[in-house]
Write a new protein. Structure first.
Ligand code: DP6
Length: 364
């Protein structure tokens, strides 16, 4: 696919009004996206598990305007209340996608959005939020172009979501998604997320991700700034090379279900992500003392029990605890007895690998 494939010379027969609702999940990267080029092109390929419980539900109501406006016309509601602070991000998203969706200027939109997880959980909602909105716009586009295939619908939804937030392009489908050109992954693309195309061992079915909420505050450094700090970073080139190698190593691991090697790559990726933050200029640390306590507890538990539990981190202090279905009782006991004490107010979220976004209702 190229960018041209997502443009169209004419969009006729615009519906007067309608609405649609999508519920789109978050995702957790195993090989991390950290560093980007112009136009939301990733500096390296990444792969993620799509999640299930952590999701954003967005309803888009659209009404055809009598005439084009100079500015994008939309109202935004978050959890039932107007949310002016989200508007600049949506406005920027509309600016970026306008050349692919010129019809957005012809509508007034009412966007109502809510998250399944508490807003102040330190969980980034950009992946689920931007993918849900991109899917809603694609439902409108499908009204305009009814002959559109399901495949094109998903591809363009991922392409648009990427322009809102990079990691959002990995939230359209499940359950293992690759984003970014990787010479050894057929079909991979910098423009959109694709389903991992090779064999995956059944040990990865129903994988669990329990998210330990160590710090529910707002991030001190945004991902967008963190990505920028990879420009001119002294270790950037090697880091990007390593991501390509790790993605290749994972192919054998996914196929054979080799959990020991899986753990080594996933934990190394998480620590490398944070090492990049600690060695950028300005440098910063997003882990908290309790993040490290949890990591050490996981290592000690693994040593003692030979369990296949491991951790990963996103751009924050929270810890994602990953484990296979066969160990769910054992690991969940361990989490409750030994890890929850390090969570803010004892809060955590039980999630698991999921199968992508769902349309909830169409009433047009
Ligand atoms: C650490 O997708 O939030 O979670 O493209 O600027 O919106 P923008 O960044 P974002 O970055 C996510 C970074 C990460 C790793 C990952 O999800 O791959």
């Amino acid at each position: 696919m190229t960018e041209k494939d997502f443009k169209r010379s004419s969009f006729e027969h615009l519906p007067k009004s309608g609405n649609c609702t999508w519920k789109s999940p978050s995702n957790i990267a195993l090989v991390k996206y950290w560093g980007k080029k112009e136009n939301q092109i990733p500096a390296n390929p990444s792969v993620s598990f799509t999640l299930d419980a952590c999701a954003t539900t967005t309803t888009l109501e659209y009404t055809l305007l009598d005439e084009d406006k100079d500015e994008f016309s939309f109202d935004l509601f978050f959890e039932g209340k107007p949310k002016i602070s989200f508007k600049p991000k949506i406005n920027k998203f509309f600016e970026r996608i306008e050349e692919y969706c010129p019809y957005i200027r012809k509508y007034h939109f009412k966007i109502e959005t809510s998250n399944s997880f508490p807003h102040s959980s330190g969980i980034a909602s950009s992946a689920s939020g931007m993918s849900a909105l991109a899917l809603c716009l694609m439902s409108l586009e499908k009204e305009i172009v009814p002959e559109m295939t399901q495949n094109y619908f998903n591809q363009k939804a991922s392409f648009l979501a990427r322009l809102g937030s990079g990691s959002a392009c990995r939230s359209i489908e499940g359950n293992l998604i690759v984003w970014g050109n990787h010479k050894d992954t057929i079909g991979s693309s910098d423009l959109l997320g694709v389903r991992y195309p090779y064999e995956v061992h059944s040990v990865f079915d129903k994988f669990h991700d329990t998210i330990l909420l160590v710090d529910k505050g707002k991030k001190q450094v945004s991902s967008t700034l963190g990505h920028q700090l990879m420009n001119g970073h002294p270790f950037a080139e090697n880091r990007f090379k390593q991501a390509h190698q790790n993605l290749l190593k994972l192919q054998k691991i996914f196929k054979e279900g080799d959990l020991k090697s899986f753990i080594e790559i996933v934990e190394s990726e998480a620590l490398t992500l944070h090492a990049m933050m600690m060695t950028s200029l300005p440098y910063f640390i997003l882990m908290q003392p309790n993040t490290l306590q949890i990591i050490h507890k996981i290592w000690a538990f693994r040593e003692k029990t030979n369990s296949n539990v491991c951790f990963t981190l996103d751009a924050g202090a929270n810890v994602h605890v990953l484990y296979p279905e066969s160990e769910k009782e054992l690991v969940f006991e361990f989490i409750k007895n030994e890890l929850v004490a390090y969570c803010e107010n004892g809060h955590y979220i039980c999630d698991r690998i999921g199968f992508g976004a769902k349309q909830l209702a169409v009433d047009i």
